[in-house]
Design a protein around this ligand. Structure first.
Ligand SMILES: Cc1cc2nc3c(=O)[nH]c(=O)nc-3n(C[C@H](O)[C@H](O)[C@H](O)COP(=O)(O)OP(=O)(O)OC[C@H]3O[C@@H](n4cnc5c(N)ncnc54)[C@H](O)[C@@H]3O)c2cc1C
Length: 110
């Protein structure tokens, strides 16, 4: 594993970061980090690869996530981390505006 400790060889900003937040710093490749997390997972069967969220249907008890292949997954809570063009955020905005019209404005979506 290619990790670099937050030592004096790192840029000054990392030292300042440690000083201000109180945490040491590690630098790691963006490709490597998810692979390490994945390899450490005890149960990989719960990870669905190459799937796209296309819809989320909520009721008072649960949330149903619909994927592009048509499969559906029901849970208590949806936590998303689907990036800057988040589909989940778009659905969340749509649902909010259905409940309270004009609640999420165009300005807020920018
Ligand atoms: C070329 C480039 C260089 C960059 N360089 C730097 C840098 O040097 N330093 C820095 O700090 N930041 C950099 N960034 C920005 C950095 O990549 C982002 O800030 C960071 O990746 C955001 O992480 P995230 O997890 O929110 O989203 P992402 O890394 O975008 O991850 C989102 C994930 O959600 C998945 N996803 C998207 N839509 C769906 C959907 N509908 N259903 C299911 N899954 C979905 C995607 O496939 C992806 O795996 C760079 C970005 C780019 C494009």
């Amino acid at each position: 594993m290619d990790l670099f400790r937050g030592t004096s060889t790192l840029p000054l900003s990392f030292t300042l970061l440690e000083f201000s937040v109180g945490y040491d710093t590690r630098t790691i490749s963006r490709q490597l980090f998810p692979r390490i997390l994945y390899n450490r997972l005890p149960d990989k069967s719960k990870v669905l690869e190459r799937q796209r969220v296309v819809d989320i249907v909520e009721d008072k008890e649960s949330a149903r996530v619909v994927l592009a292949d048509g499969t559906e997954h029901v849970g208590d809570l949806v936590v998303s981390a689907d990036g800057v063009h988040s589909k989940v955020r778009e659905i969340m905005w749509q649902n909010a505006n259905k409940t309270i019209p004009h609640f999420i404005t165009a300005t807020e979506k920018r």
